[in-house]
Design a protein around this ligand. Structure first.
Ligand code: NAP
Length: 342
């Protein structure tokens, strides 16, 4: 039987989990790419902390890995924004390798980085491959919401609320979330920063694309989350005193010409001991709909969705294909190659 051949592009927190899940679903991992001397040259199983030897060494030359291994797909977990992601996706397309990425902006980059997305779409079509951004957003912030909206006759407003623990990810993300800033430093950053798109903005664009609603006006409000007592940042190896910043909340809103408004509030911060990741959506209209996941496992659900999407991405037509265009995400009890259509 045919087997799927995959390249792990980035071997950090997310692709370590994804590596295990792919191996458990009968995927052959034929290459792995990272940058640092602590990872390059070592076995993927060891770097990913799986306690097994995979026979795949981590390398630092993505062009060689993508060019030589006849991979069906690359799983990219490297960076968040199109400015960084473009080169990795371009490289996959040029080597004729499908790619799925956790880059948050890649979820729906047509409005926030239109030129780069159009170029990638063109290259992917030329080379007969599909490029897709997935991850936690795929179901919990886009396709679940789209499905619920499909149960309504009329929608006045859609309001989402999500939280995530910044300490579950690397130090870069903690710094991005301003963990350890004083309030004054935070205010200064907010005034001066040339910020990349918020994760919420790409979610709203995906929901607009899914429903065909037409945007009238977007607004963004950002508020710091302030420590009420001293809190530990493990990823920054830092104690944040009470009164300083432990993250922030973005509220993205869009009004539409059809009269439906969409709002997504997302908090990424350090957590107190009893906190868990929340995912909650309210649809007001006829009828009202409410769904809440009070303690959703963000890390695992990020990786499991990326893995379950592998056959969908390989099966999809060439181009930059966003998740609202893919089939409904399905549980994959069998080896992933069984779900390939060609
Ligand atoms: P991480 O632990 O920092 O791992 C990143 C990996 O990428 C590391 O192996 C790093 O290599 C490698 N890397 C970075 N730049 C590279 C380059 N230019 N060439 C080759 N390899 C490179 O990060 P993570 O927690 O796995 O997250 C990865 C990305 O996914 C982040 O941008 C994060 O925001 C995003 N993410 C998205 C979702 C979602 O649901 N969409 C969820 C979680 C995370 P070295 O370690 O050798 O430097």
């Amino acid at each position: 039987m045919r087997r799927i051949r995959a390249v792990m592009y980035g071997v950090g927190a997310m692709n370590a989990i994804t590596t295990r899940m792919l191996l458990e679903k009968g995927v052959d991992i034929v290459g792995a790419v990272a940058r640092s001397s602590e990872k390059v040259g070592r076995d993927l199983g060891e770097v990913a902390g799986l306690g097994i030897t995979t026979g795949v060494l981590v390398e630092d030359d993505p062009d060689r890995v993508l060019g030589e291994r006849s991979a069906d797909i690359a799983l990219i977990a490297v960076s968040s924004y199109m400015t960084d992601q473009y080169e990795h996706l371009r490289r996959c397309a040029m080597h004729g390798v499908n790619a799925i990425t956790l880059s948050e902006e890649s979820l729906y980059p047509w409005r926030t980085s239109p030129a780069m997305t159009a170029e990638l779409d063109h290259l992917a079509k030329q080379n007969g491959v599909t490029l897709t951004g997935s991850g936690f957003q795929d179901t919990f912030w886009v396709n679940l919401v789209g499905l619920l909206m499909g149960t309504a006759h009329r929608i006045d407003s859609v309001a989402g609320r999500a939280t995530w623990n910044v300490d579950e990810f690397g130090p870069e993300l903690s710094r991005d979330q301003r963990v350890g800033n004083t309030e004054q430093e935070f205010d200064q950053w907010l005034r001066d920063a040339d910020r990349p798109p918020t994760f919420g903005l790409n979610v709203l664009h995906a929901l607009l694309a899914d429903t065909g609603l037409t945007a009238a006006q977007f607004t963004l409000t950002t508020k710091p989350v302030i420590a009420s007592k001293s809190m530990r940042s493990n990823s920054l190896n830092l104690d944040v005193p009470a009164g300083d910043v432990i993250g922030f909340t973005d509220v993205d809103e869009v009004t539409t010409r059809e009269g439906t408004s969409l709002r997504f509030e997302m908090r990424g911060s350090l957590y107190d001991v009893d906190e868990a990741d929340v995912n909650e959506w309210r649809i007001d209209g006829e009828p009202d709909v409410h769904v809440i996941n009070p303690a959703v496992p963000t890390q695992l659900a990020t990786c499991s969705q990326m893995v379950n999407r592998v056959p969908d991405v390989i099966n999809a037509p060439p181009g930059f294909v966003t998740v609202e265009q893919l089939p409904r995400l399905r549980y994959r009890p069998h080896p992933l190659a069984q779900y390939l259509t060609a």
